[in-house]
Design a protein around this ligand. Structure first.
Ligand code: KG4
Ligand code: ZN
Length: 340
């Protein structure tokens, strides 16, 4: 090891995944995620169960991340952790663990904003992945977030649009629940959408002006539509499931693309980077590709394991803040509503 080597251990525990990663000079050496299956039975994340599972998972996950990276704790330069936003009980587990480890090893502690991390995941050193140039627009879409952010530099970011109710992932998951699909329903809707007709059923798009989003009305529209149809034909869902999924996905993609079009128009920025679990959606990926042809966009999608909740994205923010000497005080607190 030379003195220039920067080893960051990063910890992410904001929602229902306990994750740890080790990064060397901006490159990932290990990226471990323990997903909590327990929530599937409940059709959504149960906060109390999530924090208990984090407590069980955190030591083995960190241990595995260090082993996989083949380094010892004494080589670490700093500990980075997710300070927020997220579920308070979940954040507290990662925060307290990171604090004690940094204190025990007498190395810097670095607090990370989870939403910034989703965006800066694009800057993890990876062969074959291009990084967006500044300024760019970032759209973070997951089960917990829906935001469009204007990114001027690593730490100069402005949220220019966000959801006023449900996140886009919730729109997938809650619609799926109405159709009797398991949780999370996004991947299943995506799979079925490929087999169905996206224009079979029309759902009105929410009327939210500007760059903000709303998805709760869509869920209600789908609920009423399904209830009405099932009254006429009890087998309606089974008989039309692929078409319903394709139509829901088509509507959601339409909402996202409309907002991106408006954002590029308002800002004049045509570089668009996406992140969050919903960016795995094949329809959204295709619509972004089409946008390159149709609207002259350049789009950026990071490696899949860096789009869902993970600690690699926390590590890159830790690395960038370490370079600036931007450390947290040892009395830093978790913050469930932390803003960008
Ligand atoms: O980023 P993520 O793993 O966790 C957070 O919510 O932060 O995102 C999970 C969300 C879920 O709502 C899931 O249904 C959705 O991402 N999702 C998808 C797809 N894969 C995951 N939604 C649509 N299409 C997919 N292929
Ligand atoms: Zn997230």
């Amino acid at each position: 090891m030379t003195s220039q080597n920067i080893y960051i251990l990063a910890i992410e525990s904001s929602c229902d995944d306990t994750a740890a990663a080790v990064m060397l000079n901006g490159k990932i050496l290990s990226n471990i995620v323990a997903s909590q299956k327990i929530h599937e039975e409940y059709g959504g994340v149960v906060p109390e169960l999530a924090s208990r599972a984090h407590q069980q998972n955190i030591v083995p996950v960190v241990d595995q991340a260090l082993k996989k990276a083949n380094i010892s704790k004494s080589q670490l330069s700093a500990i980075a952790f997710t300070r927020g936003p997220g579920l308070m009980g979940s954040l507290l587990v990662g925060t307290s663990f990171a604090k004690s480890l940094a204190f025990g090893l007498d190395i810097p502690l670095i607090d990370v904003n989870h939403m910034q991390a989703h965006i800066l995941a694009h800057f993890i050193e990876e062969d074959d992945f291009k990084k967006p140039p500044f300024p760019f627009l970032a759209m973070t879409i997951s089960g917990g977030h829906t935001q469009i952010v204007k990114v001027e530099s690593y730490f100069d970011m402005d949220v220019i649009g966000e959801t006023i109710d449900d996140a886009v992932g919730e729109a997938f998951d809650k619609s799926g629940k109405l159709l009797g699909l398991g949780y999370p329903a996004g991947p299943e809707i995506d799979r079925r959408a490929k087999l169905g007709n996206p224009k079979a059923f029309a759902f009105t798009k929410p009327k939210v002006t500007g760059l903000n989003f709303s998805f709760s009305g869509l869920k209600t529209a789908i609920l009423y539509f399904v209830q009405k149809q099932v009254k006429l034909n009890p087998n309606f869902i089974e008989e039309h499931l692929n078409d319903i999924c394709a139509s829901i996905q088509y509507t959601i993609i339409g909402i996202l693309i409309d907002k991106l079009k408006l954002a590029t128009k308002q800002t004049g920025i045509k570089h668009i980077a996406i992140g969050g679990g919903v960016s795995a959606n094949s329809g959204i990926r295709q619509a972004l590709k089409d946008g390159e042809q149709k609207f002259g966009w350049t789009t950026y999608v990071p490696k899949f394991e860096y789009t869902t909740d993970n600690a690699a994205m926390i590590a890159i923010v830790g690395h960038l803040k370490f370079l600036e000497g931007n450390y947290a005080a040892h009395n830093v607190m978790a913050s469930s509503r932390l803003k960008i």
